[in-house]
Design a protein. Structure first.
Length: 85
């Protein structure tokens, strides 16, 4: 898929934060994928890695589910980007 909507070479702005909170909570890619399924969001463990390295876009409901898994507010995932605006 040719996606020309990149930010600083990445397809998302939350990848580093997803990795930070996943590691902070000692979650493997598979365990995070399983948690997301409980919220009705199907993201394969490889796709989580792709999010973290900026190779996959993230839609709004996925951001919300990730925040729920990490027990944080959505803005915690977006703060770095928002502070640069």
């Amino acid at each position: 898929m040719n996606n020309t909507r990149k930010h600083v070479g990445n397809l998302n702005v939350i990848g580093a934060k997803v990795k930070y909170y996943r590691e902070l909570n000692n979650l493997s890619y598979q365990s995070l994928s399983n948690m997301l399924m409980l919220y009705g969001v199907d993201i394969h463990k490889q796709a989580i890695y792709n999010i973290e390295v900026g190779k996959r876009t993230v839609v709004d409901y996925e951001i919300c589910a990730l925040a729920k898994c990490f027990k944080i507010d959505v803005t915690d995932l977006l703060n770095d980007f928002l502070n640069k605006l």
